[in-house]
Design a protein around this ligand. Structure first.
Ligand code: G6P
Length: 597
């Protein structure tokens, strides 16, 4: 039996005729448009249009040629698998089209003759059709699965930009948009590349590339188990995933640290051998959403331990800022899904500029993983809840390992310093487990504040990104407006918002900025804010300053606090959303993998 998984997202609204539009047809249309455009330009230049227009409208031909050129460009972009600019180009075509009509009407003082009227109709119709088709093609960048009436024992699948997974079963094969959807049927999976088409029957899977050649591809064995993609008694996937963090962090550390030698080894990634690291002069981290927040923390670790300058950018911004890149820049992309369109596009741009790309990724063989030069996998297991939790803490773990490996290679960390940090890192899963014990206390806090309409999250240094992440978690699943802010910036704006209705979450582990953030806390209190402090167990000073105190375990290594402070914030968001009754796992308007720009 061949099965289409019901979670397949974007196969829906393509009609039977449209399914025939493959790359070859698009190429043909594109080439035809280019030829017509060239002919029109020639006519305009030679001004030899005596038959229909008596030489009156060369500009009309130029404009029409432009419309055709734009159409070809749009199709070319679609064929290259790029979504960028296609919609804008389609709109531009419409604008040119309107300009065209205006020109005709103006030049002829109204529509003068039947012949001219015919021409107007032709130009308008062709431009409109082209615009519509281009928009359509842009929207049709997706994965699709097709079942034809004539061949009910066969399924056809095609991929362009959006991910598509094929599962190999025993006497049955599957199509899905994501690995977890078919984990309970098979763990043997194949991943389609852009432009490829697959034919599935009960007996087998056949893949063809864009030029019709058969592609031989070995299936990958996915190590995630079916149970990992089930709730296992938890009310929500998010709650389950929060509780899985100790295990996920342990799995991400496994085989990469040695307590005996106080050492870290990432030799599984050739880009990260000590010799390779020695050639790196700059690090550029690129990510979106929660992964971006992990990158903000990672940057601080990398610079502190290795002395290599590092910066962080959002995938959606990086592409448009004319980035200054050189071959000695290591680009580090971070993505749970490995399918985020903006991050993927940024990775491609970096590669085009000659940079090596290392990805920190959770999904094996995802698009970003395959496009990169090396992958440092997080071993979080499948993350189903849209709001990322265990993926975040495993990304932090991977980034910490990366920073340690770089510190070791550059000499930024001495052997002794490295051993101390490795030892502290190995204790993190146990500390996270401990942090989960505050669940009941956090639920109580949530009960008291779930009606608030705005929250402010304050953090400094390593915990400023955690303030951003805490606020994002709350926004995503409870729909409460929340802002994360570097505490020192509060006086430059957000302080104006503070009153007795505004809960202010202050993240204050006892690190080098502790005194500073306590002073920010007092500033907020002086404006009657309701302060919810996240601090170390036994920190009575902080407890006295705040209305609410959420304890977290103390850590011997201050650089590791983000892995601990984020856990109570995840739980606070979870409980607030649960009490409000929102859809925790699939919040409105959000998607787990954002495969469109
Ligand atoms: C979406 C998800 C977020 C995630 C972001 C980046 O917005 O809802 O949870 O952080 O994409 O996803 P990635 O898979 O690239 O980490």
């Amino acid at each position: 039996m061949a099965t289409v998984n019901p979670t397949l997202k974007q196969s829906a609204d393509l009609s039977a005729g449209d399914t025939d539009l493959n790359r070859r047809v698009l190429t043909l249309i594109g080439s035809f448009r280019l030829i017509v455009a060239a002919a029109m330009l020639l006519v305009a230049v030679l001004q030899t249009d005596p038959i229909f227009l008596g030489g009156r409208y060369p500009l009309l031909f130029i404009t029409t040629a432009c419309v055709y050129c734009l159409g070809s460009m749009t199709i070319a972009l679609v064929l290259r698998g790029e979504q960028a600019h296609t919609r804008q180009l389609a709109w531009l075509q419409l604008v040119v089209d309107i300009a065209c009509i205006t020109l005709i009407v103006h030049a002829s003082g109204g529509i003068g003759s039947g012949l001219e009227a015919l021409l107007v109709v032709f130009v308008v119709a062709s431009a409109m059709t082209l615009s519509a088709r281009s928009s359509y093609f842009a929207a049709a960048i997706a994965a699709l699965a097709v079942l034809l009436e004539q061949t009910p024992d066969r399924l056809y699948a095609a991929r362009l930009a959006s991910p598509l997974v094929l599962g190999r079963g025993d006497g049955e094969n599957f199509i899905a948009s994501d690995i977890p959807a078919i984990l309970s049927y098979t763990r043997s999976m194949l991943f389609l590349e852009d432009g490829e088409i697959a034919e599935l029957s009960a007996e087998g899977i056949r893949i063809e590339n864009a030029t019709g050649e058969t592609v031989q591809r070995q299936p990958k064995n996915i190590t995630w188990s079916a149970a990992m993609a089930e709730k296992e008694g938890y009310k929500h996937f998010m709650l389950k995933e929060i509780n899985e963090q100790p295990r996920a962090i342990t799995d991400t550390l496994r085989g990469r640290i040695s307590l005996e030698h106080g050492d870290v080894t990432l030799d599984e990634v050739p880009l990260l051998t000590p010799e390779a690291i020695a050639g790196i002069r700059r690090i550029l981290i690129i990510a979106c959403g929660t992964s971006y927040h992990a990158g903000l923390v990672g940057r601080l670790w990398i610079e502190k331990f290795s002395g290599i300058p590092a910066e962080v950018d959002l995938g959606s911004e990086f592409r448009y800022r004319d980035p200054l890149l050189s071959p000695d820049t290591l680009v580090v992309s971070i993505s749970q899904s490995g399918e985020t369109a903006d991050t993927l596009a940024a990775v491609k741009t970096a590669k085009e500029e000659g940079c090596k790309v290392l990805s920190i990724c959770n999904v094996v063989d995802s698009s970003i993983a395959r496009t990169s030069d090396g992958v440092l996998y997080t071993h979080a297991g499948p993350e189903i809840g849209v709001a990322s939790t265990k993926a975040f803490t495993t990304q932090l773990t991977a980034l910490y390992l990366l920073a340690l490996a770089m510190g070791k290679a550059t000499g930024g960390l001495s052997t002794q310093e490295l051993a101390i940090k490795v030892d502290a890192l190995a204790k993190v899963p146990g500390l996270v487990e401990h942090a989960l014990h505050s669940d009941a206390a956090i639920r109580d806090v949530a009960e008291r504040y779930y009606r608030a309409s705005d929250f402010l999250y304050l953090g400094r240094w390593l915990n400023y990104p955690i303030a951003l992440e805490g606020a994002l978690k709350l926004k995503e699943i409870s729909y409460i407006h929340a802002e994360g802010y570097p505490a020192g910036e509060m006086k430059h704006g957000p302080i104006a918002l503070i009153d007795e209705h505004m809960p202010v979450v202050v993240i204050a582990p006892r690190d080098k900025v502790y005194e500073k953030i306590v002073s920010n806390l007092q500033e907020a209190k002086a404006r009657h804010a309701v302060v919810i402090a996240v601090g170390e167990e036994g920190d009575n000073e902080l407890r006295e300053h705040a209305e609410e105190f959420i304890p977290m375990p103390a850590c011997s290594e201050e650089s590791l606090t983000p892995l601990l402070t984020v856990v109570p914030l995840q739980m606070l968001s979870y409980h607030i959303a649960d009490i409000k009754g929102t859809d925790v796992d699939q919040p409105r308007n959000l998607a787990k993998s954002v495969t469109v720009e």
